[in-house]
Design a protein around this ligand. Structure first.
Ligand SMILES: C[S@@+](CC[C@H](N)C(=O)[O-])C[C@H]1O[C@@H](n2cnc3c(N)ncnc32)[C@H](O)[C@@H]1O
Length: 296
């Protein structure tokens, strides 16, 4: 029985919020009050801001029990985005499931980095996203580039099903294809833009991740091998082979990996490099071109 279940049936919003927040904090959830508000709003089918304005509103039994179910999940350290099944990325709504990484705000650095380096955003363009997951990188780019087409590749068919649904829901399905394959191995062609956010967590660091990540992001999306670089070793020669002359690649990297990954890309024959920091000031995006196009 949860703490809330022992309360009166007719808790107010203010009481339910206070009890819920305390329960989440006890479970180790940092932003307990914010998350309790979001979950209460979901249970009540209300807007969180409107809820704040009505602290005296009383919950009926059905609402209280719905709130308890959501609180139980969050107390088990399931992220709010996973409980709700949706995450906003690049101001677009993305469906997420247990088969997809929960897209991170820091990954928007890649989208921004590519867009700022493209000249004419209305020009036709072929974009390749290796390890597409929910499709967030590819679909964010397509949403900004009206004449571009894209291919999202992933080894997880279950993730691709979600990516296809996201493409359709965002009205981008006609410009986005998806393929189940290991990185670029099955591909040919010449791609003007290649993006990838591969798994890059070191095996030894996986047990130290927050429970929200460790227990809920798919292992396939996290595990980068003993030194975190397995995926980059596979990707470097494939990106070099698949990049069109004058093309651009943008790779997400872990906070300490930028120099090592740059060395791997250089060894594969890629030429000029650019870097972008994330919101916290860490190097998060490594850009590469080929001899035909310097990247600043
Ligand atoms: C860190 S997630 C990134 C997902 C999405 N692009 C994002 O930024 O949220 C890495 C993705 O790579 C996929 N992946 C892992 N190994 C792969 C492989 N060998 N070939 C293709 N995709 C792979 C995973 O299934 C996962 O969806």
């Amino acid at each position: 029985m949860t703490a809330l279940a022992s309360k009166e049936d007719n808790d107010t919003v203010a009481q339910a919020l206070a009890t819920g927040a305390a329960r989440l904090r006890e479970a180790g959830v940092e932003a307990g009050r914010r998350d309790a508000l979001l979950l209460l709003a979901t249970a009540l089918g209300a807007d969180p801001d409107m809820l704040r304005l009505r602290p005296e509103r009383r919950l009926d039994a059905v609402e209280r029990s719905a709130f308890e179910v959501l609180l139980d999940r969050r107390a088990g350290r399931e992220p709010v985005s996973r409980i709700l099944g949706t995450r906003e990325f690049w101001s677009l709504p993305f469906k997420i499931t247990c088969d997809t990484l929960d897209p991170r705000p820091d990954s928007e650095t890649l989208v921004e980095a590519v867009l700022t380096r493209l000249g004419d955003r209305t020009a036709p363009l072929d974009i390749l996203d290796l390890g597409t997951g929910s499709g967030c990188l590819l679909l964010a780019l397509l949403s900004e580039l009206p004449a571009a087409r894209g291919l999202g590749v992933d080894i997880s068919e279950a993730a691709l099903k979600v990516a296809r649904e996201n493409a359709a829901a965002l009205g981008l399905g006609r410009r986005a294809d998806f393929l189940c394959a290991p990185w670029g191995a099955a591909l040919g062609g010449a791609w003007q833009v290649i993006v990838s956010n591969p798994p890059y967590i070191l095996s030894g660091e996986l047990p130290d991740l927050a429970l929200e990540v460790q227990d809920f992001d798919p292992p396939l999306a996290l595990a980068g091998g003993p030194d975190g670089l397995d995926a980059y070793r596979a990707l470097a020669p494939e990106i070099a082979r698949l990049m069109a002359p004058g093309g651009l690649a943008a790779l997400e990297i872990g906070t300490t990996q930028i120099n090592t990954v740059e060395t791997l890309l250089r060894a594969a024959g890629l030429a000029e490099f650019g870097r972008e920091r994330d919101l916290a000031g860490n190097w998060r995006c490594l850009l590469a071109g080929n001899a035909a196009r310097p990247v600043d």
